[in-house]
Design a protein around this ligand. Structure first.
Ligand code: DGL
Length: 261
């Protein structure tokens, strides 16, 4: 049993989609969420720069005595997960677009991968394509501007609907029947995608990543005692009030209690 918190980070609000799943599955785990909004977006930045940020963020999380780090960001995982594992003495759980489940469930064997440039250009993703993509038509879609829409709290607006339409219409008209949300920000656009493309299946790996984190805690004897309170601490590198406002808009109002001022 280990009462120390779990660290989670992303460039902004995206990783909250993983945090939400983690809180549902293990409400007694204490969490420290680091939103690196001063460096948002990670997607278009060179991998070396994202790696540098990932190291800085993990150093800060370790100063909060975290027992495990969830890299709740596909872009940061692509740029840094192997190096982080080598450099730090805590276990890491990273993310990669859910191509494997999508391929397994796509009737047309035609899937659209919505992820940032950094993720799509990364070695981690190419390995997943090599391992699981054979025999499947894969449309890699960088979705420019989508993460920004979410970060500004604009999910569910006409602008969000138009942006997902623009990004996905060519692939869907060409027969893609499954969309993989390969960026944690995009999880918050799922209702807009569903509204625009009702026949298309959506693959979001947020819950699977949360389950994996719990499995790693269990394997290492790091689970929190079940009577723990499970508070949430927030660290925001940019504008904290703005971040809290977006959190509220995304439905995280109750999670704000107990956050570090
Ligand atoms: N949420 C991040 C991801 O999962 C990307 C957003 C950004 O570009 O910063 O890839």
């Amino acid at each position: 049993m280990d009462p120390r918190p779990v660290g989670i980070f992303d460039s902004g609000v995206g990783g909250l989609s993983v945090l939400r799943a983690l809180r549902q599955l293990a409400p007694h785990e204490r969490l420290v969420y680091f939103a690196d909004t001063a460096f948002f977006p990670y997607g278009p930045r060179p991998a070396a720069e994202v790696r540098k940020r990932a190291f800085a963020v993990v150093h800060r999380l370790l100063a909060s005595d975290v027992k495990l780090v969830v890299v709740a960001c596909n872009t940061a995982s692509a740029a840094a997960i192997a190096d982080l594992r080598e450099a730090f003495p805590v276990p890491f759980v990273g993310m990669v677009p859910g191509l494997k489940p999508a391929v397994g469930s796509s009737p047309n064997r035609h899937v659209a991968i919505l992820a940032t440039e950094g993720t799509l250009d990364g070695e981690l993703y190419s390995r997943v394509v090599d391992d699981f993509g054979r025999g499947t038509l894969i449309d890699n879609i960088p979705g420019p501007g989508l993460a920004e829409l979410v970060e500004h709290g604009s999910c569910g607006t006409d602008a969000a609907r138009a942006a997902v339409r623009r990004a996905l219409a060519p692939a869907v008209s060409a027969g893609a029947d499954t969309v993989v949300l390969g960026c944690t920000h995009y999880a918050f656009l799922a209702p807009d995608i569903r509204a625009e493309f009702p026949g298309v299946a959506i693959v979001d790996t947020g819950e699977a990543v949360a389950r994996r984190a719990l499995q790693v805690l269990a394997e290492n004897g790091l689970e929190a005692p079940s009577h723990s309170a499970g508070e949430l601490d927030l660290i925001v590198s940019g504008d904290r009030d703005r971040f809290r406002e977006t959190m509220r808009r995304l439905g995280f109002a109750s999670d704000l209690t107990g956050a570090t001022p």
